[in-house]
Design a protein around this ligand. Structure first.
Ligand code: PGA
Length: 244
């Protein structure tokens, strides 16, 4: 299975999102074996959700709180995300780790809570430039993935997103991606009983229609988590077609 997920981050207003959805769906037909996801900001989940789901596109949230409800001002629970029509939730994105203090301990609870609410966790892992230059890439990724020993078997997608490649136009070299994806696969086998769950490993970080075909040719690259390029419905549509 190939997977292509749009991460809109904190972009677009309702009118832009409606125009994006109309433009994307006008050209979209669900190819067999390709799972397509869109992760809008919370207020846009409802406005675009019905139209996307009707065409087989899965709705993702960009974050979620582990508690189902309660006094957590400013947070949104997995229960609410599921209630809003989501099929999955992005967890552990580097921007959440970097700017909002998301920890591995919190992520253990979030992965479990997502599954409790039938949401597919899309867990992001990745090293910073300093960590890569210091030779710690695999150690950092191993640590981030070790939470899966605590979360048990269950549905999961993983995205490898080198932090230095996100939104920078820099993309990891094919050999770097190959090495890391093989390492992630080995760690997944070590840390979790995969059972019947295939656990695709996506690549993220300045993915564009220009570089996606090469990325898809790398072993263990099952697709892409796409930020900047996904804001253009034409480019995102091209990426989905390339995955088919
Ligand atoms: P980018 O973002 O494609 O803009 O680099 C990817 C992501 O952060 O998920």
């Amino acid at each position: 299975m190939r997977c292509v997920v749009a991460n809109w981050k904190m972009n677009l207003l309702a009118a832009d999102a409606a125009a994006w959805t109309e433009a994307f769906l006008a050209r979209h037909s669900q190819a067999p074996g390709v799972a397509v996801g869109v992760a809008p900001p919370f207020p846009l989940l409802r406005p675009v959700g019905d139209a996307l789901r009707a065409k087989g596109v899965r709705l993702f949230a960009q974050n979620g709180h582990a508690e189902p409800k309660g006094a957590y001002t400013g947070e949104v629970s997995m229960a609410q995300i599921q209630d809003a029509g989501c099929a999955g939730v992005i967890l552990g994105h580097s921007e959440r780790r970097q700017f909002f203090g998301e920890t591995d301990v919190a992520l253990i609870k979030k992965v479990k809570a997502a599954r409790d609410w039938n949401l597919l966790p899309l867990l992001c892992v990745g090293e910073t430039l300093t960590e890569r230059q210091a030779g710690f890439t695999l150690e950092v990724l191993g640590q981030q993935l070790s939470i899966l020993a605590e979360t048990g078997p269950g549905p999961l997608w993983v995205a490898y997103e080198p932090v230095w490649a996100i939104g920078t136009g820099l993309r990891a070299e094919a050999e770097q991606v190959r090495e890391v994806h093989a390492f992630i696969r080995a760690k997944l086998d070590q840390f979790m009983d995969r059972g019947d769950y295939p656990v695709p490993i996506l690549y993220g970080g300045s993915v564009t229609p220009e570089n996606f075909p090469e990325l898809l040719g790398i072993p263990e690259v099952a697709g892409g988590l796409v930020g900047g390029a996904s804001l253009d419905p034409g480019k995102f549509g091209d990426l989905v077609k390339q995955a088919g």
